[in-house]
Design a protein around this ligand. Structure first.
Ligand SMILES: NC(=O)c1ccc[n+]([C@@H]2O[C@H](COP(=O)([O-])OP(=O)(O)OC[C@H]3O[C@@H](n4cnc5c(N)ncnc54)[C@H](O)[C@@H]3O)[C@@H](O)[C@H]2O)c1
Length: 388
């Protein structure tokens, strides 16, 4: 039983996912950072197999995946020989190219053959590769949700659809054409599981679209701390949380037109958890190359406790940014495939609430990770996915 995985974006998260996955398959890595490693699920991580990978960076497209990983993972991690011999394919730029040229030379299939044909070409590849699960790990883009299927189609004609929307649509077409359910896991902030139009399309294709924006690093920790304060009825006066990193994700976020979506998904936790909008500043704030992938996070929360006194919590940490999401991705893949097998359609809030910063469907609340974790376990038991 293999799970065939397609990946859009071959950046650091994607490369850590592939490297870690093949080390797990070889038995040379302990599954720390994989949340459900100790639970019995219908699929093991060793069932996951990467079959197709896309990017738009001229230095990556057309190159051997393993070579690109060796060249770009700049930490001391062994790169297994068992990584499949795949060439990275040329993806779509669509309406998402703004600012990318400040990071690398972007090249897109749509520049050559137009957006409509590029989507068709990717649909054909996803069908040919028989993908079960697709991971969206491209650079954060600025996206406006589509209003209707007609709106989506006219944006394709005008070449204005964002890259993630184009990939999600190509995946939907592949599922419809091949009559085979596919899970699209959106780890970036673009509203896809939060888009009524995309959720409906995926229902129609007997598939699932899960998202949005992988929850790692400081945001889930802040969510759990807020839950702790809420449960004790301590009144939060303010929250300050910032991140400074030195990877290309942070570089992309330092470009104003690419940063907007991230601010939106990070800030939704405050009101959803506390029930009031405590003043807050929660943003990825800066890029310093020398910090590398082990980002610096700082947090300051002040609250009113009993007898009107003021308490304060200050947290400083350094976190390996990309491996944190890569570890979650290992479980996200096998759980989303199990959800498909159980006949789930559209999107699955219980999955999203644990794995994502902005859980779809639209208007569903952001809950603390601790609550989301136990809710998901409960849900997986009910659906007979969790077997111990
Ligand atoms: N902990 C985390 O690292 C974390 C947490 C939550 C969300 N995310 C999101 O995951 C995504 C990936 O993060 P990363 O650290 O790997 O970033 P990265 O910059 O290392 O990688 C992004 C990759 O996407 C490629 N890309 C850009 N536009 C593309 C397109 N249109 N089609 C195909 N490929 C494209 C880039 O060339 C690059 O290789 C980012 O959007 C990030 O915000 C990361």
């Amino acid at each position: 039983m293999t799970i065939k995985v397609g990946i859009f974006g071959s950046g650091l998260v994607s490369m850590h996912y592939i490297t870690g996955l093949y080390r797990l398959r070889e038995g040379t890595l302990k599954p720390y950072g994989v949340p459900f490693a100790d639970f019995k699920l219908p699929y093991n991580f060793t069932d996951e197999e990467v079959v197709t990978v896309y990017d738009v960076d001229e230095d990556k497209v057309g190159h051997e995946l393993r070579e690109v990983i060796k060249r770009n993972i700049n930490v001391d991690v062994p790169i297994p020989d068992s990584i499949p011999q795949l060439k990275i394919k040329k993806g779509i730029l669509g309406g998402s190219s703004a600012g990318l040229d400040k990071i690398f030379k972007p090249i897109g299939l749509d520049q050559e053959i137009g957006l409509e044909d590029a989507i068709e070409e990717i649909t054909r590849d996803l069908k040919r590769s028989s993908v079960d699960v697709v991971l969206n790990l491209i650079s954060t883009e600025n996206v406006e949700d589509v209003k209707s299927v007609e709106d989506l189609k006219s944006r394709i004609k005008e070449g204005r659809l964002s890259a993630s929307q184009a990939y999600a649509f190509a995946t939907y077409l592949a599922a419809i054409d091949s009559k085979k359910p596919i899970a699209f896991v959106n780890f970036i902030p673009s509203p896809l599981a939060n888009s009524d139009v995309f959720v409906e399309l995926y229902k129609e294709a007997s598939s699932v679209i899960l998202g949005d924006d992988g929850a790692t690093g400081a945001t889930p920790l802040t969510a759990d701390l807020l839950e702790h304060l809420k449960e004790r009825n301590r009144y939060v006066r303010y929250i300050v949380q910032f991140n400074i990193g030195g990877n290309t994700d942070f570089l992309a976020l330092s470009i104003p037109e690419r940063n907007l979506m991230k601010e939106k998904t990070k800030s939704s936790i405050v009101k959803d958890i506390l029930g009031y909008d405590a003043p807050h500043y929660i943003k990825p704030t800066g890029y310093i190359k020398e910090i590398g992938d082990r980002k610096f996070v700082s947090m300051d929360i002040e609250w009113i406790t009993f007898n009107g006194l003021i308490d304060e919590l200050i947290v400083n940490m350094r976190i390996n940014d990309s491996p944190a999401l890569a570890g979650l991705a290992v479980d996200a893949v096998r759980i989303s495939k199990a959800l498909l097998d159980k006949g789930e359609r559209g999107t699955v809030y219980e999955f999203n609430a644990f794995f994502m910063k902005n859980p779809g469907p639209k208007h569903m609340p952001n809950i603390s990770r601790i609550r989301a974790y136990y809710n998901l376990l409960e849900y997986l038991k009910k659906r007979e996915i969790l077997m111990n």
